[in-house]
Design a protein around this ligand. Structure first.
Ligand code: C2E
Ligand code: MG
Ligand code: MG
Length: 289
């Protein structure tokens, strides 16, 4: 383009690292070393755990646990994201079926949210993968949520529109992740079949500040507006990255529907997630003030 870059040690090291992560990823898919961690999602009206977000991890051949920041970009660029995403979806929906089988009493119906990249949304075979995961595990389609970012919709082409239409017909829920950090074109909310918005944690982290009279801070104003927009369109709102009790209380007061974050729990293994089943976070003072 209009610049020159010197191919030096730095770029060489980067290329070597990318290549080795790609090899790890390829092998991990074949050898079943894709792991999925689950972060509980909490309903703010009563503190009930209503499900989890599934987050991909890779167990490297040397036993190290790789995080998404280390491999998602590379999975997308190499095209491996389709196979990776299918594995994550199958594992996540399988766990959902197991939790539902053990659900007792009148606990809330559970759901699982899975992240989907732009490339998957533009893949005409993706709806079949989703339909198979739902059918083979005997869950209801509306218990499965797919999350993608606004940028996945910017890249939308006729195939994406068809895929979104088929996903709607299957009956899975769809939501916009990291909402407010992309282009936030409101036209997307009208044009695409969106069920929920996830407020990016960069807005949630600012909710700790004092609130005096009408002089609210910017993040509180943004969250207030996002919740109002979502609710008037019939969408629900999930806050991400809740780390403190004061953020939680502010979100409750602002009528946010659901939340997740380190305040409740980090993403955990499926075995560890079992202790959240049937749990309410109302043991901790959860009433808004
Ligand atoms: P995301 O979907 O926005 O997921 C939330 C990320 O925030 C997770 O990072 C989670 O561990 C982290 N997080 C949760 N609560 C808190 C908190 O209270 N404070 C802070 N500071 N962070 C919190 P993770 O697991 O590293 O995932 C990063 C991103 O990688 C995800 O962002 C998602 O975009 C992507 N990703 C993860 N799994 C998959 C997947 O299976 N497929 C695709 N396409 N993308 C994935
Ligand atoms: Mg997400
Ligand atoms: Mg997010």
């Amino acid at each position: 383009r209009d610049r020159a870059e010197l191919f030096g040690d730095h770029l060489r090291a980067q290329a070597v690292r990318r290549h080795s992560v790609e090899q790890e990823l390829r092998a991990a898919i074949i050898e079943d070393r894709i792991e999925v961690h689950f972060q509980p999602v909490i309903r703010l009206s009563d503190g009930a755990v209503t499900g989890a977000e599934a987050l991909a991890r890779i167990r490297s051949s040397s036993g190290e646990l790789l995080q998404p920041a280390q491999f998602i970009d590379i999975a997308e660029d190499s095209g491996l994201i389709a196979d990776l995403g299918a594995k994550v979806l199958t594992i996540a929906v399988g766990r959902l079926a197991a939790w539902e089988a053990r659900r007792v009493g009148e606990g809330p119906r559970l759901s699982v949210a899975v992240n989907v990249s732009a490339r998957q949304l533009a893949d005409p075979t993706f709806p079949r993968v989703v339909a198979a995961a739902v059918e083979e595990n005997g869950v209801d389609a509306d218990q499965v949520a797919l999350e993608f970012t606004e940028s996945a919709l910017i890249a939308a082409n006729p195939v994406t529109e068809m895929v979104l239409g088929e996903l709607t017909a299957i009956g899975v829920r769809m939501g916009l992740d990291d909402f407010g950090t992309g282009f936030s074109s409101l036209a997307y909310l009208k044009r695409f079949p969106i069920d929920f918005l996830k407020i990016d944690r960069s807005f949630v982290s600012g909710l700790d500040g004092p609130e005096v009279g009408d002089d609210v801070d910017d993040d509180t104003a943004i969250v207030t507006g996002t919740v109002a927009l979502a609710h008037s369109l019939g969408l629900w709102v999930v806050a991400e990255g809740v780390e403190t009790e004061s953020q939680l209380k502010r979100l409750q007061r602002l009528q946010c529907d659901m939340a997740q974050g380190f305040y409740f729990s980090e993403p955990v293994t499926d075995a560890e997630f079992d202790r959240f089943l049937g749990r309410r976070f109302s043991e901790t003072p959860i009433s808004p003030n």
